[in-house]
Design a binder for this molecule. Structure first.
Ligand code: BGC
Length: 562
């Protein structure tokens, strides 16, 4: 049976579409390791063996350190991650609130109402205690732009005070914060989809800047977001050293402006490709503007480790696997298609920021110079969840040179799970441990001086054992990459608690803590104990590896209760 991959908020479907238009690639991407290599035998995957005695199967990680180009090598932090729009209650200024509000209440009725999410705003201080009890080193969360600036240029003193108190709480608990500034959501005034879409020559207004694609509105949004970053860096620079500007730019822009999955639901991919590319250009420019705003406004080394502000962004990375006729493929056309998708997904943005250039037709060769962008990346976040098929079968659609597995639109690119126990039913994709290793090694070869951090990894699971397996297995793969030279500085589990999974609503449960949808009570999954033990001892023990690790079958998923 070939399970179809549903179009999910952050799943591969987003990418297929862009690869449709990235035709004519001459020189796609650096070579990518093949993910299909043999599973690492636990005994062979040992980096601390002295060669004579029995090999030490414990995997040891470093202490937390700076996330910086020049300092922090061999450090490692264990953390958890969330995003404001997915957890916070009372976020009525946010585009997701209106996107999901029922139509008869003035909203668009998409997904399910985000409502009060998981009361992450009012329960913020209690949630710190959860992390403290787990002995986590670090927490990545987003400050909600819409809450801080509900109307253009009107700053909420209440919101500013709230996040300060929260950061002080983290500081007292000894938890290193990383602030994400833009994680898939906007104040509604950035692109108010409740109004008719702005014309190309419309003048943006305070109540509606017309969106990231717009010729004049787009640059104004860049400026607004940079202003927001400056404010946040100024307000909290004494408590924060680590900043993540953007979350998964390619996923976000395709979902929101390419194919209508996210607000504002613009459909630019097939008919207005130049406008879509404009969103990429503006969004990349927003990173650069935020980078500079943060560097100017956060000059305080909060934790005294010699690092006042390190600024990076996070990428969605997927183990793209060549496929044909719903089976893994070694056909050169499929491998080339995989490389093209890898290029758009994994390299486009970092290449732009490291080289100061932009590839407007996504053909693998930069054709627009932006020297002011160069060198604005201190570290790179990678976020890994699954593998997915991609085919270059020319017979499928003439002129299309790469097609990814895309929901029911499965033209031979969808791969049946090699091991059905790895299937993640609520997200409808296949967890694949070794993909993380492959990608870390690949990124490390392409960007050898750039520190990396796994800013997200996790699994939607009802069965807590699967979460423990996901944690241990991905940390094994991370350690494996590190022992072969990849500079990886940490791992943040997605997510601290169950939350609003965008277009998928509340069904997928990604939390270390399960949240009761009625009482909002947090209950630890088994993963809390496991990640807590690892973080406390900085070791994955041999026993833990035997219980949860490796690449073999996983514990079966249990059906969600209705
Ligand atoms: C996103 C999160 C999302 C997670 C799980 C990531 O792509 O950054 O917001 O919840 O994946 O799908």
């Amino acid at each position: 049976m070939t399970p179809a991959v549903r179009w999910t908020s952050v799943t591969p479907g987003l990418v297929m579409a862009i690869s449709l238009v990235a035709c004519g690639t001459d020189e796609p991407a650096a070579e990518v390791n093949d993910a299909s290599g043999a599973a690492p035998d636990a005994a062979a995957d040992v980096s601390e063996s002295d060669g004579s005695a029995a090999p030490d199967l414990n995997l040891v990680f470093g202490e937390p350190g700076p996330l910086d180009l020049s300092e922090g090598a061999n450090s490692f932090r264990f953390g958890a991650a969330t995003a404001a729009a997915q957890i916070e209650d009372g976020e009525i200024w946010n585009d997701w609130y209106w996107w999901t509000l029922p139509v008869d209440q003035g909203g668009r009725g998409n997904s399910v109402p985000v409502g009060d999410a998981v009361q992450g705003y009012t329960r913020a201080q209690q949630d710190i205690q959860l992390m403290q009890a787990m002995n986590l080193d670090a927490y990545r969360f987003s400050v909600s732009w819409s809450r801080v600036e509900p109307e253009r240029d009107q700053i909420s003193a209440e919101a500013i005070a709230h996040y300060r108190e929260f950061l002080e709480g983290l500081s007292s608990a000894g938890i290193q914060p990383m602030i994400t500034l833009h994680h898939f959501s906007n104040p509604i005034w950035v692109d108010d989809f409740r109004a008719e879409e702005c014309a190309r020559d419309a003048t943006p207004a305070d109540g509606n800047l017309c969106g990231w694609w717009h010729p004049t509105g787009g640059p104004q949004i860049v400026e607004e977001l940079a202003g927001h970053a400056a404010l946040i860096a100024r307000e909290y620079g004494d408590l924060v050293d680590e900043w993540c500007t953007l979350n998964e730019p390619v996923n976000y822009l395709i979902a929101s402006y390419g194919v209508t999955t996210f607000p504002p639901g613009r459909n630019l991919l097939l008919t207005r490709f130049d406008d879509l590319i404009n969103t990429f250009r503006n969004y990349t420019a927003a990173h650069v503007a935020m980078y500079r705003a943060i560097k100017e406004n956060d000059t305080v080394d909060a934790d005294g480790d010699g690092n006042a502000a390190s600024v990076g962004l996070s990428l969605s990375v997927i183990d793209w696997t060549p496929a044909r006729a719903n089976a893994p493929s070694t056909n050169p056309d499929d491998i080339a298609a995989r490389d093209r998708v890898n290029y758009v997904y994994h390299y486009l943005i970092p290449d732009s920021l490291l080289n100061g250039s932009f590839d407007t037709d996504l053909d693998g060769v930069a054709d627009e110079q932006h020297p002011e962008w160069a060198g604005t990346l201190d570290w790179l976040g990678v976020q890994y969840y699954f593998r997915n098929g991609v085919t270059g079968d020319p017979a499928i659609i003439p002129g299309v040179n790469a097609m990814i597995c895309f929901g029911d639109f499965d033209l031979g690119s969808c791969l049946p799970p090699e091991d059905p126990t790895k299937w993640v039913p609520t997200m409808r994709y296949e967890f694949w441990e070794e993909g993380l290793y492959t990608i870390l090694m690949d990124m490390s070869a392409r960007y050898p001086t750039l520190p990396m951090v796994v800013t997200e990894a996790g699994i939607a699971a009802e069965n807590g054992v699967r979460r423990s397996e996901n944690i241990v297995r991905l940390l094994e793969q991370t350690h494996r990459a590190m022992s072969e030279g990849a500079d990886v500085r940490g791992y943040y589990h997605w997510s601290l608690m169950d939350n609003f999974e965008w277009a998928e609503g509340y069904e997928p449960r990604f939390g270390l803590f399960t949240v009761d949808r009625e009482t909002f009570e947090r209950t630890p999954t088994e993963g809390v104990q496991v990640l807590g033990d690892i973080s406390r001892s900085r070791t994955i023990t041999e026993a833990m590896r035997a219980q949860y690790g490796g690449t073999g079958p996983m514990s079966p998923e249990v059906e969600a209760e209705e």
